[in-house]
Design a binder for this molecule. Sequence first.
Ligand code: IPM
Ligand code: MG
Length: 405
Amino acid sequence: MHMAFREETKAAMEHFGGVVEEQLERAEAMKAAADWTDYDSLDRIVIGVCGGDGIGPYISAHARTVLEDLLSEEIAAGRVEVRTIEGLTIENRVKEMKAVPDAVLAELRDCHVILKGPTTTPKKGDPWPNIESANVAMRRHLDLFANVRPVKIPEKSIDWVFFRENTEGSYALGSKGVNVTDDVSIDFCVTTEQGSDRIIRLAFDYAKRNSMGKVSVVTKANVVKATDGKFLDVAERVAKEFPEVEWDDWFIDIMTAKLLDPYRAKDFKVMVLPNLYGDILTDEAAQIQGGVGTAGSANIGKRHAMFEAIHGSAPRMVEEGRAQYADPSSMIKAAAMLLAHIGRPQQARRLEMALDVCGQFERRLAMTGRSDGADGALYADYVLETVKDPTLEDRWTRHRESFSA
Ligand code: IPM
Ligand code: MG
């Protein structure tokens, strides 16, 4: 018997039908996706830099300086090009009423990799219209499915790498939920076989290649049964292909607690998790490392990759005239991840070591985000000077040993 649905329900059903069709198509597109970009085969690698909003232009300029310095020979020889991409600002996005304006997107597609400053994400009630997040849109348009976020705390023997699924879950249709009536709102959460397989496979593969030994799969599959249940099922299947990598599964709530457990924390290595849990857990992890300003983030897809800070654009710092005191470590860390991704492991490693020395071991400059601390330019100089120190390797090893002693 056909139920007599009210008009609002019918409209919601119609909307849902469109959403389902779209997701089925996305799954098909994933099946047909091209293979990974081979950076070694390119004559020239194009790196796009977007400043973003708020403190973004400040900290990304510092990261760019460091990056250009490390690649100076290759830039001079034309093997690498660093390109400025304008227009990914909240003002311009609002003007065009697009999360990523078309012209900007076309320019981004022409780059192999992107270094991106944080962008403002409006929410209901902000002075801006409630447009979709530029991050989320960019991740979706360029299919940057793996959000890789490392967190290291040498003094606690913590070496975590989070593989956050970056295109699905609660984000896939984050801007397409429905307010069915004034009383009832419904959002969607999507998990696909293909989307789960590719992120989980990448996490296991990473654990295997880097001898990390263990992958922890984090869900809430006991409650969120269809989508998280699928994620866990896929993990179980993929894990069988990696007999050398141990794995376990955790629920997100207890995992949030265990990252703070001094007896347990160092036992976690690689973690793989759906989008929203990954968003939340990686902020917590970054805070444990010394603040969200210290963590970098890679958004990796088969064709493109984008590197950014894990934090937001801190408009308050700009309003209060403190933008120049923002810590650029997160963006410099993102630049190091970019170097590793395009096959420049030596430069990446030197930069990582310099960041450890400046931010964890020596801490000669305090970054407080205010005028009582160092400013970002001075800090970037400190990092660059450290990168260029011919004794960096020894300096790093010495500190590392005294920290773990
Ligand atoms: C992040 C950020 C973004 C996210 C925001 C800005 C949309 O918090 O990269 O973690 O939620 O993914
Ligand atoms: Mg976040």
